[in-house]
Design a protein around this ligand. Structure first.
Ligand SMILES: Cc1cc2nc3c(=O)[nH]c(=O)nc-3n(C[C@H](O)[C@H](O)[C@H](O)COP(=O)(O)OP(=O)(O)OC[C@H]3O[C@@H](n4cnc5c(N)ncnc54)[C@H](O)[C@@H]3O)c2cc1C
Length: 360
């Protein structure tokens, strides 16, 4: 069985790796850049967490974290924990109950308990929160390298500096791709082109709902944040350790205009940071990182086979690194005609796009 994977970010590389692990021999990954991971993956903050507010995302985390834990040393996985602060009533408890039912032993905390455990936090306005010690941070580039090296060892081919122009459909079946160099046929095409999956989908008449937006993160110099990743909901603000510095960002906030909005975004993110971690005020911004966002309207990935010969794995909405191990395995399951590791029917392309619960 031959498979072409379009895209050499963390998701495409995971797919190539798990396809070879599953014993498939004829795997070709196509990446338009000189290196893997230079689009969204290189901006990934490396957060890995079990705490989501939908069961499907929790299940992806549970499966993926088994791999992340097994590779802990290799990919520098550190269990700093995630502390989620809820600013609205009735959010924490149902989320924690749902997680505990799935075996994720997160804790529900009052603002007083939060202040006692992390005295540097200002808990003004916090209604409640949750913490899970097994959440943390790992290195996306190391996981990418692991996938690439081992997929190649098992015979996968990686075609770099090769751009897919369109997918090729015949009799309502995807039969291959046309690149800037060649027409290539395969039994399966896996579309893992991140943000560009939208335009590649259009080449065969599919509408893949990737939101066309941009995210900013800011590196705070000399602020060694040796604490859990702290996240505030619904703002989506977060702070995390980044070497001997800290990173701040607003995952809930994505901007439509590339650079005009950068200053505004910086002001809002820094203000939110100072409100929650007053120490930030004494520090300076060392670096601004800006990336396209790989979000869908409901912040859940699309993993689906809407046509014979095609598997879509894209739109990971800020969770693609941490969910890449489960995704790679599921792609291999689908190619082999097996039942997927996790029931992915909720992640279908044609689902109702705005769901009741939006993944944080
Ligand atoms: C600021 C920021 C912070 C984040 N933090 C986290 C985090 O803490 N934890 C987490 O799990 N996730 C995080 N994410 C999300 C995560 O980085 C993404 O979900 C993930 O990297 C998506 O991987 P991907 O392989 O789907 O896409 P990409 O990395 O975008 O890869 C797609 C690849 O396809 C290639 N491609 C596109 N079109 C073509 C074509 N026509 N022909 C050939 N190749 C093509 C591109 O060049 C690219 O290399 C963050 C994202 C951002 C922006």
């Amino acid at each position: 069985m031959s498979v072409i994977v379009i895209g050499g970010g963390i998701v495409g590389a995971a797919a190539a790796y798990y396809l070879t692990e599953a014993g498939l021999k004829d795997i070709t990954l196509i990446e338009r850049e000189k290196l893997l991971g230079t689009q969204v993956t290189q901006y990934c903050s490396g957060g890995v967490r079990h705490q989501f507010n939908t069961e499907i995302n929790c299940k992806f985390s549970i499966e993926s974290m088994k791999t992340i834990s097994a590779l802990a040393e290799k990919i520098d996985y550190k269990k700093y924990g995630y502390l989620i602060l809820d600013m609205e009533p009735g959010m924490t408890e149902p989320r924690v109950q749902m997680q505990r039912k799935l075996g994720i032993n997160s804790e529900s905390l009052t603002p007083h308990e939060i202040k006692q455990r992390w005295p540097f936090l200002d808990v003004t306005g916090v209604i409640s929160g949750s913490f899970y010690a097994e959440d943390g941070i790992a290195d996306p580039s190391m996981l990418l390298e692991h996938y690439e090296t081992n997929a190649k060892k098992k015979g996968a081919k990686f075609l770099l500096e090769t751009s897919v122009k369109r997918m090729v459909k015949e009799d309502n079946r995807v039969i291959g791709v046309e690149t800037d160099k060649d027409l290539m046929k395969a039994d399966w095409v896996v579309l893992a082109a991140g943000v560009q999956s939208k335009e590649l989908g259009q080449t065969i008449g599919l509408d893949i709902p990737i939101v066309d937006k941009r995210k900013y993160v800011f590196q705070i110099e000399g602020f060694d944040f040796d604490h859990p990743l702290v996240m505030e909901i619904p703002l989506g603000w977060y702070i995390k350790k980044e070497g001997s510095d800290a990173l701040i960002g607003m995952s809930g906030k994505v901007e439509t205009k590339p650079f005009a909005k950068q200053e505004e975004s910086m002001i809002e993110t820094v203000e939110a940071s100072i409100n929650r971690v007053p120490e930030v005020e004494k520090k300076g911004i060392k670096k601004t990182l800006s990336s396209l966002s790989d979000e869908t309207p409901d912040k859940h990935a699309v993993i689906d086979s809407p046509l014979p010969g095609l598997i879509i794995a894209t739109g990971f909405s800020g969770h693609g690194f941490m969910h890449s191990p489960a995704t790679g395995r599921i792609v291999a399951n689908m190619v082999k005609g097996e039942l997927p590791l996790i029931d992915i029917s909720e992640l279908k392309l044609g689902r109702q796009q705005i769901r009741e619960t939006v993944a944080i």
